[in-house]
Design a protein around this ligand. Structure first.
Ligand SMILES: Cc1cc2nc3c(=O)[nH]c(=O)nc-3n(C[C@H](O)[C@H](O)[C@H](O)COP(=O)(O)OP(=O)(O)OC[C@H]3O[C@@H](n4cnc5c(N)ncnc54)[C@H](O)[C@@H]3O)c2cc1C
Length: 284
């Protein structure tokens, strides 16, 4: 099968913030072979799109090809205490399969609304655990179609994966142990309640806007700068959790301008440069 690309494809619907222009070309790639074949001949820049829960696409859209990982990349194969997962798998699905198999250590993934690919990109995590803590092997393809596997994750850190400029195709994840279903479920329920109590619900957001600086909380610094609940032109820093950017009708460029202004405010008032956690992609 040859990968079919659609020109001038609207991307906003694929993102949690619901903004952004069109991709020059867009395709959903269903098999590993299809992807490899495409990479051998492709000459255009490529951007991978997961669940769009950590990106802000600018109004001018994305140059080149935007790819989403389809069917074959959404499978989970359980082998003992390891899960072999395609990078298009939802993190919530990994947590669900782990629960069904009484494997613990994946509870933190249950409410992170991204895919494994997006999670690998940022070493997503919550409640003191991150993807790195479960990783045994990461499977990748270079943009010219070369396969490579990684097994050393010692230099990964908080929201940091040092490997970039490649396609994450899958990973082997290992449970931290065996537990009764009810125990795993109760940990998930606890995490879920804690999120509900501290994070905005049912809004257009991309999760944490900025990374926490070492030993500090981005949310607290934003709050101290008077930005909790601050809004302008349809962009808002949540009144529930100051580090959550909410879109109430802004465009991609307006959201980015707002976030950059917020970043400047914190620098001026607290002397701390907040590094973006959200990925801003595309042309202005
Ligand atoms: C309500 C809410 C709560 C959240 N809570 C958390 C949380 O607790 N912890 C946390 O860490 N994050 C959290 N996030 C942010 C987000 O869900 C995670 O960062 C998630 O891992 C992003 O995955 P995604 O599939 O949506 O990636 P996308 O947003 O689609 O992409 C993010 C980046 O990853 C790249 N990428 C995606 N797939 C691949 C691939 N296969 N190969 C190479 N690069 C790829 C993209 O090009 C992009 O640069 C939250 C977001 C929301 C909206």
């Amino acid at each position: 099968m040859t990968l079919m690309l659609t020109p001038n494809y609207p991307l906003a619907k694929y993102t949690w913030l619901g903004v952004g222009g069109n991709a020059d070309y867009f395709g959903i790639v269903d098999t590993f072979i299809e992807l490899k074949e495409f990479l051998k001949t492709n000459k255009q820049p490529i951007i991978l799109l997961g669940a769009g829960s950590n990106i802000l696409i600018r109004d001018g859209g994305i140059e080149g090809v935007v790819l989403k990982l389809g069917k074959e990349f959404q499978k989970i194969n359980v082998q003992g205490d390891t899960l072999i997962c395609g990078a298009g798998t939802r993190l919530s699905q990994i947590a669900k399969v782990a629960l069904e198999n009484e494997l613990s250590g994946f509870e933190f993934m249950a409410d992170i609304p991204g895919t494994l690919g997006g999670g690998l990109f940022s070493n997503a995590g919550a409640f003191g655990r991150s993807i790195k803590d479960c990783l045994v092997e990461m499977r990748t393809l270079s943009f010219d179609g070369q396969e490579k596997k990684y097994t050393d994750f010692s230099n990964w850190g908080y929201r940091h994966n040092p490997l970039s400029n490649m396609i994450f195709t899958g990973a082997v994840l290992k449970a931290s142990g065996k537990e009764k279903k009810a125990q795993i479920q109760s940990v998930m329920d606890d995490y879920h309640m804690r999120r509900k109590a501290t994070q905005p619900q049912g809004v257009r957001t991309a999760g944490s806007t900025f990374k926490n600086p070492v030993g500090q909380s981005a949310g607290f610094l934003l709050e101290k700068s008077g930005l909790k609940g601050y809004k302008e032109n349809g962009a808002e820093m949540s009144s529930v959790h100051a580090n959550f950017l909410i879109n109430r009708g802004a465009s991609g460029n307006q959201l980015e301008d707002f976030v950059l202004w917020v970043q400047q405010q914190v620098l001026a008032k607290q002397g701390v440069y907040l590094e973006m956690e959200i990925q801003c992609l595309g042309r202005r």
